[in-house]
Design a protein around this ligand. Sequence first.
Ligand code: TRP
Length: 332
Amino acid sequence: MAEIVLTGIKPTGEVHLGNYLGAIRPAIDTTSQSADTSLLFIADYHSLTSMHKGEDLRHSIYNVAATWIACGLDTSKSILYKQSDIPEIFELQWILSCFTPKGFMNRAHAYKAKLDANQADGKKDLDHGVNMGLYNYPVLMSADILMFNSTKVPVGEDQIQHLEFARDIAQKFNNNYGDTFTLPEPITKKDSLIPGLDGRKMSKSYNNGIPLFLDSKKLRKKVMKIKTDSSPPESPKDPDDSLIFDLYKYFSTDEEQNQLAETYRAGIAWGEAKQILFEKIENYFTEKKEVYDDLMADTGRLDQILDDGAQRAREIARPLLNEIRKKTGVSL
Ligand code: TRP
């Protein structure tokens, strides 16, 4: 069976180092290595469940596209597209929703978390702030996946339940109309816990991230904010107990790490260690940042790339949707 690897990225706000090290870099390293087809899309209509400012969403979409390309995604091999450019997905979403027991959706983690939060806040209406987009999120995600007969879906561990929904819904459809959809498998890695400025997992919700592609001054300022203890500059430091060192490891060779570890043990001022890390990160991203800046300055080029991706994706989606329409009886 052909290996079809698909994953979606929800554009929300700036991409940070944690996203890069935990998701983007590993995905780019593995895409197209084993896949016969690799699809990567920007889940812009998923963002619309919570992002209601046009300018912000537009910027985020370009930001994600430019980031992935700048970080090395080869768009001649991988198909990069915007979810909203594929009308087939939304037609399929409706069809799938007619095979989705409402009770499933009541059990979706993201929805339940909202209800719990409302309860904790003492809200009378537990559905307060829940729109139908949020409620239907798992059905749209199932359509994203099933529309392309994806076999493997790399996702974070928090998305496993969504994959189960996709499989269940696909099975319900298959049971009724005969084999139509491939049942997708999630690929998850243990979270590689990239620490943020305060030592907790780097995350938008903790506001402790280092955004990618900052200019030099701002990047340095961020790095200087990494939490350290109050040991004096000359005292020996333990490299295994240092956020600065943890981050340094992602950008350096073994030899460089050994060298810095020695310097730590001999005694190094935190400011100096931060300066070393800052230079390392800046160097690592110099060329990528140039590509990123060029793309962000020429969004017409990004539009072209995304249009091309959408065309290629629709060529895959169209025949399957036609087959599905026939099976349901709406195509005469
Ligand atoms: N829900 C995913 C997230 O928040 C994004 C996403 C949307 C996705 N559709 C998808 C991921 C389909 C994989 C496959 O991370």
